[in-house]
Design a protein around this ligand. Structure first.
Ligand code: SF4
Ligand code: SF4
Length: 475
């Protein structure tokens, strides 16, 4: 049976082959970012009533996981930060271009940045400060501009952007993926245009590598250097659709696939697997920092260390928890390897068994973000009205009672459902791995570990949780 290809749908294929399609997707998010900047800097500094905090911390994150679950990494496709590309192309005429250091061409740098970002989120209560949220947006645009101006295109998305790498990791469970329609056509393809780019000159077709300055219709290739016939994973794919436009043989598909199964087949590098493992434990920590047991633990630690320095206490808990998670994962993966009679290195063991963390990481964040999104879903209406009123636009008086609609009864059951689905997908990954080794006991050991982690996560999510960024009106 032929795999369904979304680009064959009427209008969808035409839209994505159109050279301005990404720009059209980026404009709405650019407008949202501009309004968030305006309201964050100039509006009332009350998080549940400010467009910057509500749009970024409640809605953006909620829609992001929803889009990933339903279709794919749409938020990278529509990322307004890549609109710095126009100005950076101009700046590149006057600036030298550097190569991104070889030592940083992996996910470790972005892992470090992600940890710092999560620490900053808790320590500076970013969710509670419209002003800091606006600075974060501005800073993000600034860093994107600098990295894009000084390094090859795609460097920022692949090696620097914590948000993009978060999206890449979670989109490994998405139900769609870029692929070649006919691999035979790719074998005969002379220019590998999907990755090298294409320029149609009066003297014929060339790759952008061969003729970087040639006049003619230009179609950039994949900035993150994915070669379409070899793509096995959504990792590093921004869904920019450059490959679709660059391929002169119309041989790129946006195919449907079974959601949550990628990790069972793909072979990730070890840094990518660590990113998946870390995102699970970081997602857990992010939720844990909002419940009473966290504050009790911090109190105990404070007595033990004889300090009330919040940065020290927070970083100690962060390091202990993520360190413990990485250490336990290493131990369980090695045990599973030994039981199945394999004497590979510890890192190879993590590379083999740790891919099950990808669906778990998605479920952890989706469950957590669903809580934030649903506790303030309707608040986007009055905060948008308020921000537009501040701009002098006649949009009517905001109804703040909308901001306090919380569907409490089904929040937890929904989170339980999401985490069980994540565990189910992770079990499938482990089943495939165990079958490869022909040793189901080894798979069972890793499954028990995952099951305990999910049980612990459900316990955290069952605790009374801070409704950050939600307006709590008196009853
Ligand atoms: S996807 Fe298109 S451009 Fe890329 S190798 Fe295949 S035929 Fe060539
Ligand atoms: S060009 Fe690369 S990043 Fe863009 S959609 Fe194609 S494979 Fe994904």
């Amino acid at each position: 049976m032929r795999t369904p290809d979304l680009l064959r749908l009427p209008l969808v294929g035409r839209f994505f082959r159109w050279r301005y399609s990404r720009f059209v997707l980026q404009v709405p998010l650019l407008l949202v970012a501009l309004l968030a900047l305006y309201d964050g800097f100039m509006g009332r500094q009350l998080a549940p009533k400010n467009f910057a905090t509500v749009s970024v911390w409640l809605h953006y994150r909620g829609f992001l996981v929803l889009a990933i679950a339903v279709l794919g990494n749409l938020f990278c496709a529509a990322c307004p930060m890549m609109l710095v590309r126009g100005p950076t192309r101009f700046a590149k005429r006057f600036l030298p271009e550097f190569k991104w250091p070889r030592a940083l061409r992996n996910k470790y740098f972005v892992i470090a940045l992600t940890l710092f970002y999560l620490f900053a989120y808790e320590y500076w209560d970013l969710w509670a400060s419209p002003w800091l949220t606006a600075w974060l947006i501005l800073g993000y645009f600034g860093v994107a501009f600098v990295v894009d101006a000084l390094f090859p295109e795609g460097t920022f998305c692949k090696y620097v952007c914590p948000l993009g790498n978060f999206n890449f990791t979670l989109s490994t469970v998405s139900p769609t993926q870029i692929a070649a329609r006919d691999p035979e056509v790719c074998l005969r393809c002379e220019g590998k245009y999907c990755v090298n780019g294409r320029v149609e000159t009066p003297s014929g077709r060339k790759t952008l590598k061969e003729a970087p300055n040639a006049e003619g219709l230009r179609f950039p290739g994949c900035e993150t250097k994915l070669y379409v016939p070899q793509i096995q994973s959504n990792m590093d794919c921004t869904l920019c659709m450059n490959c679709v436009r660059a391929c002169p043989y119309d041989n790129v598909a946006w195919k449907l696939r079974a959601p949550g199964t990628e990790a069972a087949w793909a072979r990730y590098k070890i840094d990518v697997v660590w990113l998946g493992v870390l995102l699970f434990f970081a997602g857990f920590m992010n939720a844990f920092a909002m419940v009473p047991p966290y504050y009790q633990l911090a109190e105990r630690l404070s007595e033990l260390l004889g300090t009330r320095n919040e940065a020290l206490l927070l970083s100690t808990i962060f390091v202990l928890w993520t360190g413990l998670g990485l250490f336990l994962t290493l131990g369980v993966a090695m045990l599973a390897d030994r039981v199945s009679g394999v004497r590979a290195s510890p890192l190879k063991a993590v590379r083999f068994w740790g891919t099950g963390f990808f669906p778990l990481a998605f479920a952890m964040w989706a469950g957590h973000y669903a809580f934030h999104f649903l506790t303030g879903w309707a608040s986007i209406i009055p905060v948008t009205q308020q921000a537009l009123l501040n701009l002098g636009l006649p949009v009517g008086e905001p109804d703040w009672t909308l901001a306090a609609l919380v569907p409490e009864n089904w929040l937890y059951p929904l989170q339980v459902g999401i985490l069980y689905l994540g565990l189910l997908a992770a079990s499938y990954v482990l089943f495939r791995r165990a079958r490869e080794r022909n040793h189901f006991l080894a798979g069972g050991i890793v499954f028990t570990y995952f099951f305990l982690l999910v049980a612990l996560a459900l316990w955290v999510l069952a605790q009374p949780m801070e409704m950050r960024g939600t307006l709590l009106l008196p009853q």
